[in-house]
Design a protein around this ligand. Structure first.
Ligand code: TXA
Ligand code: MG
Length: 324
């Protein structure tokens, strides 16, 4: 599918799935309430959950937001295009209330992917886009994931290859006295701190400012069990189900030499960047293979490892909620 066909679909109020460096987005014209209504229906997303509005250039910030603080400009300069979403005070002309759950704020991001940028440039407006999965499920990192999950509910799917980062953007609220991290993601807190000048506060639990970062998110059908590296071999031995029905996700260095051969090693990445890149695809693979459970060894909570640990915790929390 071409960019022209995608732009035409957006102008008609249609839905266009497009690649970004984090995950694939399901896009609609951010200024068109009817298109947004359809987006929420297809996502099965509660109407009060705001979506991220994607824009073409950091220099367009003031077209979508007002009272933009200096710190937001500094973060935009440092990380855009990139895996950072800034929550700012929105201008209503370009972003419909339906995109922001009627909040006075809007999450803005310039994605770092040539196809996404070409689409945004040609469309000449904001594209509201949550991850292109049904509500609560694992985010897609390939065009194939989107087609499999959403099928005819999406008008155009642009294929830009597998997403390079693999986990969603970091969301920072810059509307208050200090920046707050609402969701950890592709840009690490250390990198943020270097630009802000002090460590940044995380506000991503409890009665949260970013609805949609619910505990029960990012979950495959398989039950995800978090396992410490040193206990993986033992936990597999103790498992009551047939070992051939267990999938494993772990850094190569955390895989014991003595794993039973029937266990499905879904992936054993060599480093945390690769872990992030393949995480969602391998969780989907667990479901495609009908594996009832996945033993996941979280990586060290450093850099993007923080976001991997966060998503694995949420996926495992969903499993325990489902068993209750
Ligand atoms: O990497 C990403 O961020 C991907 C790609 C497609 O850009 N998008 C994504 O969108 O993850 P979604 O809808 O799955 O998650 C958006 C998150 C939600 O948790 C939502 O609550 C939060 O962003 N959010 C959006 N606008 C907000 C706002 N005005 N205030 C607070 N949180 C907001
Ligand atoms: Mg999502």
């Amino acid at each position: 599918m071409t960019i022209d066909a995608a732009v035409a679909a957006l102008r008609r109020g249609g839905l266009v799935a497009f690649p970004t460096e984090t995950v694939y987005g399901l896009g609609a014209d951010a200024a068109n309430p009817d298109a947004l209504a359809r987006l929420y229906r297809v996502k099965r997303r509660p109407p009060d959950h705001p979506v991220i509005v994607h824009i073409a250039h950091g220099t367009d910030l003031d077209m979508y937001a007002h009272d933009v603080p200096d710190i937001a400009r500094a973060l935009a300069r440092a990380f855009w295009p990139g895996a950072l979403t800034l929550v700012l005070r929105k201008r209503p002309e370009r972003v419909a209330d339906a995109a922001t759950g009627s909040r006075p704020t809007v999450g803005l991001r310039v994605p770092d992917h040539p196809v996404a940028l070409a689409l945004l440039d040609a469309f000449r407006g904001g594209i509201a886009a949550p991850s292109a999965n049904r509500f609560g499920r694992v985010s897609p990192t390939t065009a194939e994931h989107v087609r499999t999950e959403l099928g005819p509910d999406v008008d155009v799917v642009l294929d830009g290859g597998p997403s390079r980062v693999g986990v969603e953007s970091t969301i920072v609220d810059v509307t208050g006295a200090e920046p707050l991290v609402l969701r950890v993601g592709g840009v690490s807190e250390d990198d943020l701190a270097r630009v802000v000048g002090t460590p940044v506060t995380r506000r991503d639990t409890g009665e949260i400012a970013a609805p949609g970062t619910l505990a029960s998110h990012y979950a495959p059908t398989a039950r995800v069990v978090l396992v410490e590296p040193a206990r993986l071999a033992q936990r597999i031995t103790e498992a009551t189900v047939d070992t051939a029905r267990i999938g494993v996700l772990a850094l190569a260095r955390d895989l014991p030499e003595t794993l039973p051969s029937e266990v499905t090693v879904l992936t054993s990445p060599n480093d945390i960047d690769e872990y992030a890149q393949v995480l969602y695809a391998r969780l989907r693979e667990a479901d495609a293979r009908g594996l009832p459970q996945v033993f996941a060894v979280p990586p060290p909570a450093q850099g993007i490892g923080v976001a991997i640990c966060d998503r694995l915790h949420r996926a495992s929390a969903n499993a325990s909620a489902a068993r209750r």
